[in-house]
Design a protein around this ligand. Structure first.
Ligand code: SF4
Length: 258
């Protein structure tokens, strides 16, 4: 079994999607938007990721880094704040790629949102939080909800879905452990999500068992994700010869996923 090292990949990607100007870490973004997810949320979509998921809905901006523009934290804050205030949204988030690749940029953004009434949702694959306990500790100083999105229910599925070496799957669990140790509360300000389109009942049962061993409340707060068949997602699935067991069309997304 082969596969890449996501931490090595992440280091290379970070060089393309971050730059430090003065004391400010800037990050590449490809879009800022409002949307109906989480009942209404302002989203900044970052460029670049340390995984190469074969179902990734934003693969054109995560599997390559040549698009997008650099923004400072102050500029990102202003854009997200305006979208959230203008639409009456409680929530703001970074999505698209992996926000923790530019960790200083992320922390500064969290600091700015701490001064507002908005709640920041950090969508992450958790790998870096799993490796760096200090990341979990730093996040704990802010008002943030962390959603750790698992890529498959076992390390074999992780390898099948991401192409990364299977042993790196453990870091996703480790992220939850680190966050809990730093005081995050399962089901309140940290919870697991999982891509289940390619899993079996057996593998999902194994996944739940692993979560239960970390904390029983994690199992009760799982956010189940399924592939949404947008044209560009169909394109990447075909290219990777991946057939989802369960998937939804864009006009038929279950209410609980929104
Ligand atoms: S971790 Fe998320 S953003 Fe990164 S490649 Fe996978 S699905 Fe895309």
């Amino acid at each position: 079994m082969q596969g890449y090292d996501p931490f090595q990949l992440g280091e290379a990607v970070k060089k393309d999607v971050t730059k430090v100007v003065g004391a400010v870490e800037m990050r590449k973004y490809y879009r800022f938007r409002g949307g109906r997810w989480y009942g209404g949320i302002a989203t900044g979509d970052v460029v670049g990721c340390n995984l190469r998921c074969k179902f990734c809905w934003s693969w054109r901006f995560t599997h390559q880094t040549n698009k997008g523009e650099f923004y400072s934290t102050a500029e990102v804050f202003e854009k997200l704040y305006e979208i959230a205030e203008g639409n009456g949204y409680t929530y703001v988030r970074l999505s698209g790629g992996e926000p923790t690749l530019s960790f200083n940029h992320l922390l500064e953004l969290l600091r700015l949102f701490d001064e507002t009434n908005h709640i920041f949702i950090l969508e992450t694959n958790g790998l870096l939080i799993g490796r760096e306990k200090s990341y979990a500790k730093a996040l704990a100083n802010h008002r943030v909800v962390v959603r750790v999105s698992f890529k498959g229910a076992t390390k074999e599925e992780f390898y099948m879905l991401t192409g990364a070496r299977p042993e790196f799957y453990e870091y996703q669990f480790k992220a939850l452990e680190n966050l809990l140790e730093e005081g995050f509360k399962p089901g309140e300000d940290v919870y697991p999500a999982i891509m289940l389109s390619f899993s079996t009942d057996e593998s999902y049962a194994q996944f739940k068992k692993r979560l239960r061993e970390i904390h029983p409340r994690l199992v009760e707060s799982i956010d189940e994700e399924y592939v949404i068949l947008y044209p560009h997602v169909i394109e990447i699935l075909k290219r990777n010869r991946l057939n989802p067991r369960i998937a939804y069309t864009p006009d038929n997304i279950p209410q609980y996923m929104i």
